[in-house]
Design a protein around this ligand. Structure first.
Ligand code: SF4
Length: 267
């Protein structure tokens, strides 16, 4: 496990109609029900962990958009490319305990692998002629990416502990407007224009480019190990890709992140 980070709490983004609201201190899920859009196995397509096998645990709901097209024009975040509305996706539903949800994540991880191919950690621990360093060992562990919607509206200490108990490294991809539980193995913050970032420390800051009011220099001072620019999908993707590439070339340590899962046509 990577060192855990203590992260600040802060103000909650402004409410919008139809949006699931969270609490400023989101270490507690008051209803003890987790609303999950879908759970599926794939490879991480973006950022530092690109290419790593992972289960994606997509929570329902976001604090920056209702998820309904009729609200998009008035939403704080208007370029979302994800369906996080409801609990009707593959593996989704309402889970009444952290243990139930973690067990479902484990089933998805195991179900997507051929029999006998699951125990990657044993391969990593093989005492052959090659030494296995810590990074290789980490990459061989089962990995779950908690995403959404906005996962920090629901992800709490109990669920992180339950996922650890099932053997997972636990990552989160968040818009950074909410405080995070402790003991996360990977924190990726993707700031959105007009939504103040309170989660200013983590492993990876991944900025979707271009957002007029969220430019790279506004985040470069924050305490992250890696900084990525990721071209916004849509009609201007080619232009944004070239501009992001040029920015990264001139401004290390920024690196270019491409949505390789879209290039591959996988979820
Ligand atoms: S913050 Fe993320 S999940 Fe929420 S609307 Fe924006 S892109 Fe979509």
């Amino acid at each position: 496990m990577l060192p855990s980070l203590s992260v600040p709490s802060g103000k909650v983004a402004a409410a919008r109609p139809g949006i699931i609201e969270g609490t400023a201190n989101n270490t507690v899920n008051p209803t003890h029900v987790y609303s999950v859009k879908e759970i599926y196995k794939t490879v991480q397509g973006e950022g530092w962990h690109t290419g790593r096998s992972a289960v994606f645990l997509r929570f329902a709901g976001c604090n920056l958009w209702s998820g309904r097209e009729k609200d998009r024009a008035d939403a704080i975040c208007s370029f979302c490319d994800t369906d996080f509305l409801g609990t009707d996706g593959p593996g989704g539903g309402k889970f009444r305990s952290a243990a139930d949800l973690a067990a479902q994540v484990r089933r998805v991880w195991e179900g997507a692998l051929p029999p006998g191919a699951n125990d990657c950690a044993q391969h990593a621990a093989f005492e052959g002629p090659f030494s296995v360093n810590a990074q290789v060992e980490q990459a061989a562990k089962p990995y779950v990416v908690c995403t959404g919607g906005e996962p920090l509206l629901q992800l709490d200490d109990a669920l992180v502990a339950a996922l650890h108990g099932e053997g997972f490294d636990v990552g989160v991809e968040t818009n950074g407007t909410k405080a995070a539980p402790g003991e996360l193995d990977w924190i990726c913050v993707s700031p959105k224009a007009g939504a103040p970032v309170v989660l200013t420390r983590g492993h990876e800051l991944k900025l979707v480019y271009h957002q007029k009011e969220a430019l790279p220099n506004m985040f470069a001072h924050m305490d992250f190990e890696h900084f990525f620019l990721q071209p916004m999908d849509g009609p201007d993707r080619e232009r944004f890709t070239e501009e992001a590439r040029a920015w990264c070339a001139r401004n290390p340590p920024w690196k270019l992140s491409l949505q390789t899962h879209k290039i591959l046509g996988v979820p």
